[in-house]
Design a protein around this ligand. Structure first.
Ligand code: VGL
Ligand code: ZN
Length: 226
């Protein structure tokens, strides 16, 4: 019996505020746009997440009279405080310029609840609210996902970890991601964590490495079958 693989590309938070000139800039953020555009035609389905915060979001330092980078306790969890970013409906929350959006089948909004942050594109940080991404991918008979976008050490990492745990064969395409590196080495540690979870890390996918014929050699999903 031949197993059919259906691959979705998940574009994580490819938004202005995470690019140079934005309020939470990730170095090299713009550089991933042409790489992502070249990858999109190689997969069966493209979906996107958007960080989409209300302006009174509890992850914003200013809403606590604190400085970005400070850590507070929020709902029993450590919360890093960020500059205000990706506020719903603002230009900072728009896709980065040049991103090819016509193939994006569906967008999943995260961080919409004032009270809780959401790094993963699947669930909020307390695993309380699902975005609908998992159900959608299963409806579309997706078996495998490739994750790209911003930022490697936060939303890309948590999205990939959840995808693997949900049973999707999961690849992260590193040259289509950039990281924050709030602490030096954060991206390297994120890569180690993802590798340990059975996620395939691809260094350079300019390359049609996602073409069905070239997809062999991926690791088995960490969780059950999706
Ligand atoms: C992100 C910090 C805060 C991300 C979102 O997209 O990686 N990072 N909100
Ligand atoms: Zn955010």
């Amino acid at each position: 019996m031949t197993m059919t693989m259906t691959m979705a590309l998940i574009l994580v938070d490819v938004q202005n505020d995470f690019c140079p000139g934005g309020s939470l800039p990730v170095a090299g953020g713009f550089d991933i746009v042409p790489v992502i555009n070249r990858l999109q035609p190689l997969v069966e389905l493209v979906v996107a997440t958007k960080d989409w915060h209300p302006k009174d979001h509890s992850s914003f330092a200013a809403n606590h009279g604190k400085q970005p980078g400070e850590i507070i306790e929020l709902n029993g969890q450590q919360q890093i405080l960020w500059p205000a970013h990706c506020v719903q409906g603002t230009p900072g929350a728009d896709y980065a310029p040049g991103l090819d959006t016509k193939r994006i089948a569906k967008v999943f909004l995260k961080g919409v609840d004032r009270k809780i942050d959401s790094y993963s594109g699947f669930f909020d940080n307390a695993r309380g609210r699902a975005t609908g991404l998992a159900e959608y991918l299963k409806e579309q008979k997706v078996t495998d996902v490739s994750v790209v976008g911003l930022a490697t050490d936060y939303c890309v990492k948590w999205t990939a970890l959840d995808a693997a745990q949900l049973g999707f064969g999961t690849t992260v395409i590193l040259n289509a991601c950039r990281g924050v590196n709030l602490k030096p080495g954060d991206v390297d540690r994120a890569v180690e964590e993802m590798t340990a979870a059975g996620i395939r890390l691809v260094e350079n996918a300019e390359l049609p490495c996602l073409r069905p014929a070239d997809r062999q050699g991926r690791q088995a999903p960490a969780g059950g079958e999706p």
